[in-house]
Design a protein around this ligand. Structure first.
Ligand SMILES: *Cc1c(COP(=O)(O)O)cnc(C)c1O
Length: 363
C-alpha cells in the first residue's frame, strides 16, 4: 500500500515498517495473548519492552552512564514546568530565546523561578541564532535553557554551546523535542535534554528526559511527586503507570533506527534531505526561506511563496500529489515542510518536483 508523504510538524509521520509491526502484534504480543495496551506495567512482558527501549535509546544516542533516561508524561510543555521545579532551586535561570518554543519555556519557568533572558534573536524575527559569546549568563544561573531546534521558526543549533568556555558552570538544558535522534548529541555540553516523542520518536504521550545524575534530587517542595526526577528515576520510570503503548511504539522506532544504521546514518540522510530542499528554494525566484543559512533546521523547513495569493493553490496541488500537511504554522504563515527521520529522501524529491511544476505552471 503506497502511503502519501506526510510533512506534519507533529504528531508526525512514523516509519511505515513500525506501524506494520505494531499492527501485526496488536492483538497478541509475542504469544502473551494480550495487546501491549492490555498488559500490567509491572509484568514481565512490559518489563522487557521498557528495558529494551531504554537500552536501545542509550546506545543509539550514546548516552553516558552518568545520565538517567526517564520516560515521563506531560509533553514538552509539561517539562517547561517540570525542569524549573527540579532544577531551579527557586533561584535564577537564563533563557536563550530564539523562537516560539523557547519563549514558551521561559514564560512557564517564570512561575517557579526568576526566568531571565540571556540572549534573543527577536530583532531578526527569529531567523538567526545569537552567538554564544554574546550571551549574558548570570553567575547565579541554576541552568541555561536553549531550544536546540525551533520547530516553528526553523532555526537549529548545529553546535551546542560549551558553557564552560563562556565562563559558566551552569548546566545546559536543551529542548530537543523536534530533532532528537536526527543527529548526535555532545553530552559533555548537556546537563538535561527533554523532548516529546511525537516528532521523531513515536506517538504523542511519552516524554523523554535524559538527565545528568547530579542534577537529580533537588526538586522544590511543591514539585508533584510524579514529576520529581528522583521519584521517577528511583522507580525506573514506573512510579505511576507509564504511557505503556507509546513507550512500546517508541521502542519499535528505536529498533527501526538501528536497522537503518543508527544515528550517524540518519544524520547523513537528514543532511542530504535538507540540502535538496534548501538548494531548490534558494535557486528559485518563486520561493524563499528567510532563515540564515548557518542555522537552518534540517528538520523543519519554513518557506514562502513570494506571491502569497498562490498559497491555497499550492497546497491543493500538493494534496493531489499525496503531499500532506504543508501549511505553515499560523504564527509564521507560508509553508512548512517537516522532514523528520521517517521522511525518506523520495518524499523530499516529490515535494521539490511539485514545487518546480507549480512554479512553471504559474509562470
Ligand atoms: C512540539 C514541541 C513541544 C511541545 O510539546 P508538547 O508535547 O505538545 O507539550 C515543545 N518543544 C518543542 C521544540 C516542540 O517542537
Amino acid at each position: 500500500m503506497a502511503r502519501p508523504y506526510n510533512f506534519s510538524a507533529g504528531p508526525a509521520a512514523m516509519p511505515a515498517e513500525v506501524l506494520e509491526i505494531a499492527a501485526g502484534e496488536m492483538l497478541d504480543w509475542h504469544g502473551t495473548g494480550m495487546s501491549v495496551m492490555e498488559m500490567s506495567h509491572r509484568g514481565k512482558a512490559f518489563g522487557e519492552i521498557i528495558a529494551r527501549a531504554e537500552a536501545d535509546l542509550r546506545s543509539l544516542l550514546a548516552v553516558p552512564a552518568h545520565f538517567k533516561i526517564l520516560f515521563m508524561q506531560g509533553g514538552g510543555l509539561g517539562e517547561n514546568a517540570i525542569v524549573p521545579l527540579n532544577l531551579s532551586r527557586g533561584g535564577a535561570v537564563d533563557f536563550v530565546v530564539t523562537g516560539s518554543w523557547s519563549q514558551k519555556s521561559q514564560k512557564e519557568a517564570g512561575r517557579y523561578a526568576n526566568a531571565r533572558t540571556a540572549a534573543s534573536n527577536a530583532s531578526t524575527q527569529h531567523t538567526t541564532l545569537p552567538a554564544p559569546a554574546t550571551w549574558q549568563i548570570g553567575k547565579d544561573a541554576q541552568y541555561v535553557h536553549v531550544c536546540s531546534n525551533e520547530t516553528i521558526h526553523g532555526v537549529e543549533f548545529h553546535e551546542l554551546p560549551d558553557l564552560k568556555t563562556l565562563g559558566s558552570d551552569a548546566p545546559l538544558v536543551i529542548d530537543f523535542s523536534s530533532h532528537v535522534a536526527s543527529r548526535s548529541v555532545d553530552w559533555s555540553r548537556v546537563g538535561l535534554a527533554f523532548g516529546g516523542a511525537q516528532k521523531n520518536l513515536g506517538p504523542a504521550g511519552v516524554t523523554l528526559v535524559v538527565v545528568r545524575e547530579d542534577l537529580i534530587g533537588h526538586a522544590l517542595p511543591v514539585c508533584p511527586s510524579a514529576f520529581d526526577y528522583k521519584t521517577v528515576a528511583d522507580n525506573g520510570s514506573m512510579y505511576n503507570t507509564p504511557p505503556t503503548y507509546a513507550i512500546y511504539l517508541a521502542g519499535l522506532t528505536f529498533q527501526w533506527l538501528q536497522r537503518q544504521g543508527g544515528i550517524a546514518e540518519m544524520e547523513r540522510r537528514n543532511i542530504a534531505k535538507a540540502q535538496l530542499l534548501y538548494d531548490f528554494i534558494d535557486q528559485s525566484p518563486f520561493y524563499e526561506n528567510r532563515v540564515a543559512p548557518d542555522c537552518r533546521s534540517r528538520m523543519n523547513v519554513p518557506f514562502f511563496l513570494k506571491d502569497e495569493s498562490r498559497n491555497e493553490a499550492f497546497l491543493q496541488g500538493a494534496q493531489e500529489r499525496g503531499l500532506l500537511q504543508l501549511k505553515g504554522h499560523k504564527s509564521v504563515g507560508g509553508m512548512r515542510a517537516s522532514i523528520y527521520n521517517a521522511m525518506p529522501i523520495e518524499g523530499v524529491r516529490a515535494l521539490v518536483d511539485h514545487m518546480r511544476a507549480f512554479e512553471k505552471e504559474m509562470a
